[in-house]
Design a protein around this ligand. Structure first.
Ligand SMILES: [Fe+2]
Ligand SMILES: [Fe+2]
Length: 200
């Protein structure tokens, strides 16, 4: 059954380096908490959770030597890495349980100013879930140890997010995110969104 999309997805997930899996768990938790705070309905939170958990699963198509490289990537390597949103989307699209969860994997590297990838969508043309997740994704990635960088302190990561408001990120969402951090309101909602992924 290795050709079945679900089996391929499982293999892809388990092939990711540990730091990628942990980043996915942490960022999905924060994203769902933030989504709940911003008024997403429970059904939306569930699809948001799935998309966030699997947002980088397309990196399974990227050679581990690139993912674990302890220094800057070459332009050629960057081109390979930048294909992960499309790969992730293409892995999830054939699985019925993920049909509403494709926006985050596909669009989490789009930028508010239109200079992101893979489509170069701009502003509100980027689905809200992906705009929201983009902030959380960068926040979590910067504060974690990566093969090419030690973890950044919270304050430096916070300043980076604020500096990207209106260029990288939706300014309204940055404001809400920063407000949430300051008030330490980013707690988990009491829903069942942490259930299993629809992988049966
Ligand atoms: Fe990504
Ligand atoms: Fe990510």
């Amino acid at each position: 059954m290795a050709n079945h999309p679900v089996e391929q997805l499982k293999q892809a997930w388990y092939s990711l380096p540990d730091y990628e899996q942990q980043h996915s768990f942490r960022s999905a938790r924060v994203a769902v908490a933030l989504g709940a705070k911003l008024g997403m309905a429970e059904k939306e939170l569930v699809t948001f959770w799935y998309g966030a958990m699997l947002h980088d699963v397309g990196k399974a198509h990227v050679d581990r030597s690139i993912l674990l490289k302890p220094g800057p990537l070459t332009p050629e390597e960057q081109i390979v890495v930048r294909k992960h949103p499309q790969h992730g989307h293409d892995m999830l699209a054939p699985i019925p349980g993920f049909k509403d969860s494709l926006d985050v994997p596909l669009y989490h590297h789009e930028r508010w100013d239109g200079y992101g990838y893979p489509r170069g969508l701009k502003g509100e043309a980027i689905p809200l879930a992906a705009r929201l997740f983009a902030v959380v994704d960068v926040w979590d990635a910067l504060r974690a140890a990566r093969p090419y960088s030690p973890p950044w302190p919270d304050e430096r990561a916070r300043e980076h997010i604020i500096a990207g408001s209106g260029s990288h990120f939706d300014p309204t969402l940055v404001e809400q995110f920063i407000y949430s951090l300051r008030d330490k309101r980013l707690t988990m909602p009491t829903t069942s969104v942490l259930g299993r992924l629809p992988l049966n």
